[in-house]
Design a protein around this ligand. Structure first.
Ligand code: ZN
Length: 120
């Protein structure tokens, strides 16, 4: 074996692990008018600080946000935790993480024009 071969980076032999995110519908949460909306606002700030939150949609009455990426187990744990904390089950959904943030309800995994962030 030559030195060059020893220095060569190993080629990845396994695909990257599945990444999952949890979409939180703050619009629905706020329209329900429960205390969970306030609780989520505080939690979202914590996720934001740790770089685990991205915004999908902002409306005057609330925002739809996605936390992640997580492993599937962690995403399901986070979803259950949110529901146990009073967030309505319909306002929280675990889904596969995508490179481009997609609107809630979009089923595409690859970048799509519908959800493309507007260019300034
Ligand atoms: Zn999309």
């Amino acid at each position: 074996m030559t030195t060059t071969q020893q220095l060569a980076l190993p080629l990845p032999t396994t695909p990257p692990p599945d990444l999952w995110g949890v979409v939180v519908d703050g619009v629905l949460l706020n329209s329900l008018g429960t205390a969970a909306g306030n609780w989520w606002a505080k939690s979202a700030a914590q996720f934001h600080r740790s770089g685990k939150l991205r915004c999908l949609l902002v409306l005057p009455i609330g925002a739809v946000e996605e936390i992640g990426p997580f492993s599937r187990d962690d995403a399901e744990f986070a979803r259950d935790h949110l529901v146990e904390s009073g967030v309505h089950p319909r306002a929280v959904k675990a889904r596969r993480w995508t490179e481009q943030p997609h609107m809630p309800g979009c089923r595409k995994a690859k970048p799509c024009r519908l959800c493309a962030p507007p260019t300034a």
